[in-house]
Structure formats: structure tokens, C-alpha cells
Design a protein around this ligand. Structure first.
Ligand code: ZN
Length: 260
């Protein structure tokens, strides 16, 4: 492991925990804090954790915070529309530059996830406190390290296919639900230099983020999404008029065709 700790920022909408007694009872200090404490226990000196929430100035995601974040965790639900487009654009650009992004549960409908996926990211759902089994289907993947062959959650909200996402680069978990549906619960993609992991568990009225295996997956994902490569990221679409090697051809460029 590298000596430099991963700079992790955990973003939470942080509204349900303030307004709803059931949610407050499960997450008295907010979902973000519960996740943070669990990840810190697993990664110890390997991670520095900061928190950011919707109602902070710039949603807690100032340029300074974003530019010094290696991996961002995102939990949102009822207030996706209140996340300012300008902040979404900044997060989007940082992912392109190499910031890892872990999107949890109802974050499937966040502006940032939909923008990165390019699809509407809809799904079936039902809240009836049913059983879920999350099966590991890629045991070679570092995100599944230490999980065993499955995670069993006694009471969850159901998410079912079709999950309207682009084909994942890697499919890591598939969920089975007591009511009959299945769901791609753990998926990865790359966008620019950034690594993205979507992980399904996490409804606010169930103590999902108190589950050690769920926190282990998120901790593993934080390490996985931390891009160590120093390779430069190509921004925009530069016109490379000076070739790397001489080109043996005669060609007149009609520059007017390149103007927008
Ligand atoms: Zn939910």
C-alpha cells in the first residue's frame, strides 16, 4: 500500500436524518458519518476522510475540496434536483481527471450519475422490508476481497431490473430479492481517467450501513477507485498541428471547415 493516505470525501444529501425520526434513530449523525466511521475502521491510516453535505455552501464541494479529493462517495435521494448544475459539472470534470466516484443506492438517480452514464438510470423498486442476497459474481475483483460468496440482508428495499445503465465494464454483484426480482448491484465503469463504482445497498430506513460486509465493499471500492497513474489526461480536443514525426504528404487544409 502506498504511504500516502487516500483523500476520501463522503457526500450525503443529509435531509432524511434531520427530518424523519425513524431515519434519525438508525443514523443519528447522518449516513455519511456511519459510512465514514466504518471505512476508517477498515482502512485506518490508509485514508483521510472529509464530509460534505447538500446544505453546506457549494454543497461542501468547493474547488479546494474537489481538487484534493482522490475518491468521492455519493449518497442522495429526495433532493437530487437541488444539486446545482455548476457543482455537478465540476464533479464530472474531476472524474474525467481521475477522481474515483462511488455512487450508493438511490444515487442512481443523481444528476452526476446520470450525466456520467448518459442514460436515465431508472429501475423497478418496492419497499416491503424483504430479504436480499447479494451474490459475488466476480471473486477475482479487489472490491469483493473478504466478502465471501454473498451478503445477506434481512430487510431491504427492492431494486429490480431493468436497470437502465450502459453495459458495465465489470459486473461484480447481482442481487436476488425475496419478491422475485434480480438486480445488477455492483457495477464499474471508467470515464476519462476516473473509475466509477455503483453499489446498490443503502435504503435510509434500514440499518444497511451498519453491516460489516457492506462497509467492507465500500472500503475496498475506495482503494480500487483511487487512481495511482500519473499519465496525463487529455482535455478537450486539441489540434496537433506539429506532428510528433515528420509527415510526408502535401495537403492544403481548408481551415474554414474546422470553424464552428
Ligand atoms: Zn431507498
Amino acid at each position: 500500500m502506498s504511504a500516502k493516505p487516500i483523500q476520501l470525501t463522503i457526500w450525503n444529501e443529509f435531509r432524511h436524518e434531520l427530518k424523519n425520526e425513524r431515519v434519525k434513530a438508525i443514523y443519528p449523525e447522518g449516513i455519511h458519518t456511519t459510512i465514514g466511521k466504518g471505512v476508517k475502521k477498515n482502512l485506518a491510516e490508509g485514508v483521510n476522510i472529509r464530509y460534505a453535505t447538500l446544505d453546506q455552501p457549494e454543497h461542501g464541494l468547493s474547488d479546494d475540496v474537489l481538487n484534493t479529493t482522490d475518491v468521492l462517495v455519493w449518497w442522495g435521494h429526495c433532493a437530487h434536483a437541488q444539486v446545482e448544475d455548476a457543482i455537478v459539472e465540476k464533479v464530472y470534470n474531476r472524474v474525467q481527471e481521475g477522481m474515483g466516484l462511488i455512487v450508493l443506492h438511490s444515487g442512481h438517480y443523481s444528476k452526476i450519475f446520470k450525466k456520467l452514464m448518459g442514460t436515465d438510470c431508472g429501475l423497478r423498486w418496492r419497499e416491503q422490508a424483504e430479504k436480499e442476497i447479494i451474490w459475488v459474481i466476480d471473486p477475482s475483483h479487489p472490491i469483493t476481497d473478504g466478502i465471501g460468496d454473498r451478503i445477506e440482508l434481512p430487510h431491504t428495499e427492492m431494486y429490480g431490473e431493468q436497470f437502465k445503465i450502459p453495459e458495465p465494464d465489470e459486473l461484480i454483484f447481482i442481487s436476488w430479492f425475496e419478491g422475485g426480482e434480480v438486480f445488477r448491484s455492483g457495477c464499474t465503469w471508467k470515464r476519462g481517467k476516473g473509475k466509477i463504482f455503483y453499489f446498490r445497498p443503502g435504503h435510509e430506513t434500514f440499518p444497511i450501513y451498519h453491516n460489516d460486509q457492506v462497509i467492507r465493499v465500500i472500503s475496498n471500492a475506495v482503494k480500487w477507485a483511487n487512481t495511482s497513474s500519473s499519465a496525463p489526461f487529455l482535455k478537450a480536443a486539441p489540434n496537433c498541428k506539429d506532428p510528433i514525426m515528420p509527415i510526408n504528404s502535401k495537403h492544403e487544409v481548408d481551415e474554414s471547415l474546422h470553424k464552428h
